[in-house]
Design a protein around this ligand. Structure first.
Ligand SMILES: [Zn+2]
Length: 423
């Protein structure tokens, strides 16, 4: 006897083969019209056609004919835990005030660093919970969360501990990344190597307390060089962490190539990736995590070359890059729209990029991102007739219900999420 069986007009089944999907594989997506998914003890117990499911018994039957059922979405790149917000900077940006001037006035990332340092652990937790609840209502059941707004030992640890507590208490599974090397703080101005040493000295305690699985660095003009990033990430790898990199967001410095060389789990942004970088992605296991919401929000016209990457055989994932400066949104569905409109990705590629490939980018390829018997029952029921509809109908939330580990955690008129924004 199943606990629940859901009959849907269409079931979308991204399939992994034990690794991320690359190149033309990304355009393959299994679909069952008039399908059914059964849940028992928090796990998926049946996936098949409605016909095959007709004789199955369940305590609860959900008839969702005409709707779409999919795996829970995976968001593989977020800066979830931070203090404050930066809405006052929008007017300055509109007036054409350059980012560096905003930074010089104490704005930009430095303003978030200040707010995050000032906030108590409890306040950061409450605020993180608010945003996490919203992610859940948008269909995300697994996501990554980075530190990086402390830039000192105490605050970086505070952010990581908040992420750990959120993971323990909230339905969304959080995968934690240490991004102490996000920017160079005031007191280390002109001494980036000394700052990186300081951040590396934190790895033993992060490891001991189980505070992060990945280490990340912001490799960009004026922040950390490719050489500095390489040394830093190699040391993190030796210390037992998976590694990621914010690379080639603005200038083609060669961060993409370096990420492939050292076997990074993912290279993220890649708007300015060189031809050689794109070629190397096609031959390495490093996943290209693209963040078109950031390009959109920064008002730029040039987006990451997703089509070239897929043509080269690369594995592409998509993410919100949720953060208070360059991408303030929890809405991964909108990122799916942007991927269609600006990255020219097909609906099939887009679904694989927010499920299977996103899961592999954060070390959860065997657990999240697909509907297979025996896996955790992380499911989303959508108020749409088919999988092509979500990349098409933009700017709204199409979610009808969300299940995490077989439990209903969000739904229309029955949202378990608790909405309060206290910080
Ligand atoms: Zn980022």
């Amino acid at each position: 006897m199943l606990d629940t069986i859901i009959f849907a007009g269409q079931v979308v089944l991204p399939t992994s083969n034990g690794r991320a999907l690359r190149g033309t594989e990304m355009n393959e997506l299994k679909i069952i019209d008039n399908g059914a998914v059964g849940i028992k003890d928090g796990l998926i117990a049946f996936v098949g056609s409605a016909e095959e499911a007709a004789d199955l018994e369940a305590k609860e039957t959900i008839d969702a004919a005409g709707k779409l059922l999919s795996p829970g979405l995976v968001d593989p790149h977020t800066h979830l835990v931070f203090g404050g917000s930066r809405e006052h900077e929008l007017a300055l940006k509109q007036q054409g005030v350059p980012y560096l001037e905003i930074l010089a006035q104490g704005g930009g990332i430095l303003s978030t660093v200040r707010s995050t340092r000032e906030a108590s652990e409890e306040a950061l937790y409450e605020k993180g919970l608010f945003h996490l609840n919203r992610c859940l209502t948008y269909g995300v059941t697994t996501m990554e969360a980075k530190s990086g707004y402390g830039l000192d030992k105490e605050t970086e640890l505070k952010q990581l501990r908040v992420a750990k507590k959120l993971n323990e208490t909230h339905p969304i599974e959080l995968v934690s990344t240490f991004l102490g090397a996000h920017a160079i703080p005031e007191n280390y101005k002109g001494r980036p190597d000394a700052f990186l040493e300081e951040m590396l000295s934190m790895l033993p305690v992060i490891s001991k307390e189980g505070l992060a699985e990945f280490v990340d660095i912001f490799c960009e003009t004026g922040v950390f060089t490719v050489e500095q990033s390489k040394t830093f990430l190699q040391k993190a790898k030796t210390a037992g962490f998976g590694v990621k990199i914010h690379a080639d967001e603005i200038d083609p410095l060669g961060g993409t190539e370096m990420a492939c060389e050292i076997g990074a789990a993912s290279a993220d942004h890649l708007v300015g990736a060189s031809k050689e970088g794109v070629r190397m992605l096609g031959e390495s296991d490093t996943i290209a995590v693209l963040l078109p919401g950031t390009t959109f929000y920064l008002g730029k016209d040039h987006f990451a070359p997703a089509r070239d990457m897929i043509a080269s055989g690369a594995a592409v994932a998509l993410s919100t890059d949720f953060n208070p400066g360059s991408s303030p949104t929890e809405n991964l569905q909108f990122i799916m729209n942007l991927a269609a409109l600006r990255l020219k990705m097909t609906p099939e590629e887009i679904w694989n990029a927010v499920t299977v490939n996103a899961a592999f980018a954060i070390g959860r390829g065997e657990a999240a991102g697909s509907l297979e018997v025996g896996r955790n029952a992380d499911l989303v029921l959508w108020d749409v007739p088919n999988y092509k509809y979500i990349p098409y109908h933009y700017g709204v939330n199409h979610v009808n219900k969300v299940w995490k580990d077989g439990k209903l955690v969000a739904g229309k008129g029955d949202v378990h999420a608790n909405y309060t924004l206290s910080t």
